[in-house]
Design a protein around this ligand. Structure first.
Ligand code: KIV
Ligand code: NA
Length: 266
């Protein structure tokens, strides 16, 4: 099996082939998504909400994410493994970003990192890429800035998204190998995708991006409750597990489990 590399993702854009990314935070889902051919696995700081039970991504730390990154890196044979830099671990200056990225690559065995922010992050991205660290950028709605952006809302609606497209170009020029665009009007994402040589990865950014990303607990229906408009649910794991847990409990209570086949006679 040949490892997916950043240059493969560029080549896919050039030949007009779309590719896919999923978040994952543990060895089993990583191995399954890898086997399914998902090109990029992201250990998102969304582990804050989807694994650790925090309300936002803001509280999660590098030390909390590192073991998850290591678990995914150890399980992925073919997928490119990208680690999200959490809030506060890279924004101070390029040196801080470098130190954090190195931890994710050395201790976490990630193949690259992702960080949020517009044109202001260009010097940081330039610093990391000059040091040999592949960087995925992330613009549009950036959850780490939720309190500054005034909550979950579509970005790039004003000025027809000119600022967003300009930011995307600046991040490409700084050396980013791909750019996530989150909750951006489809026409704006399409414009940015056309204006860039590097691939765009959409989430709530319409059908014209070069790639798409979803959080795995959303796409697999593990999480209950209301889904964002941009989520498509491909399975109903919550119902499957709920039923399994009820069946198990009922078997234990009734004495049906364990049976003789599960027991050691001597
Ligand atoms: O943390 C995350 O899950 C993400 C993706 C949604 C892009 O940043
Ligand atoms: Na994230």
């Amino acid at each position: 099996v040949r490892r997916v590399r950043t240059h493969h993702l560029l080549a896919l854009k050039e030949e007009g082939t779309r590719w896919s990314m999923l978040t994952t935070y543990d060895q089993y889902t990583a191995a399954i998504f890898d086997e399914a051919g998902i090109e990029v696995l992201l250990i998102g700081d969304s582990a804050a909400n989807n694994v650790l039970g925090y309300e936002t991504t803001l509280p999660v730390t590098v030390d909390e994410l590192l073991p998850l990154v290591r678990a995914v890196s150890g399980a992925a044979r073919r997928s490119l493994v990208i680690a999200d830099l959490p809030f506060g671990s890279y924004q101070r200056d390029p040196g801080q970003a470098f130190d954090t990225a190195v931890r994710f690559m050395k201790e976490g065995r990630a193949h690259g990192v992702k960080l949020e922010g517009g044109a202001a992050m260009a010097p940081t991205i330039a610093h990391l890429t000059a040091a040999g660290i592949p960087v995925m950028a992330h613009i549009g709605f950036t959850p780490q800035s939720e309190h500054a952006l005034g909550g979950y809302r579509v970005q790039g609606r004003t000025d027809a998204g000119d600022e967003l497209v300009a930011a995307a170009k600046a991040l490409q020029d700084a050396g980013a190998f791909a750019i996530v665009m989150e909750m951006v009007p489809a026409p704006v994402a399409a414009r940015a995708t056309q204006a860039l040589q590097i691939p765009t990865v959409g989430i709530g950014a319409g059908p014209d991006c070069d790639a798409q990303v979803l959080v795995w607990q959303d796409f697999a229906g593990l999480r209950g409750g209301k889904m964002a408009r941009f989520v498509k649910q491909y399975a109903d794991l919550r119902s499957t597990l709920l039923e399994a847990a009820r069946d198990y409990r009922s078997d234990v209570v009734s004495g049906t489990f364990p049976g003789p086949e599960h027991s050691f006679e001597k």
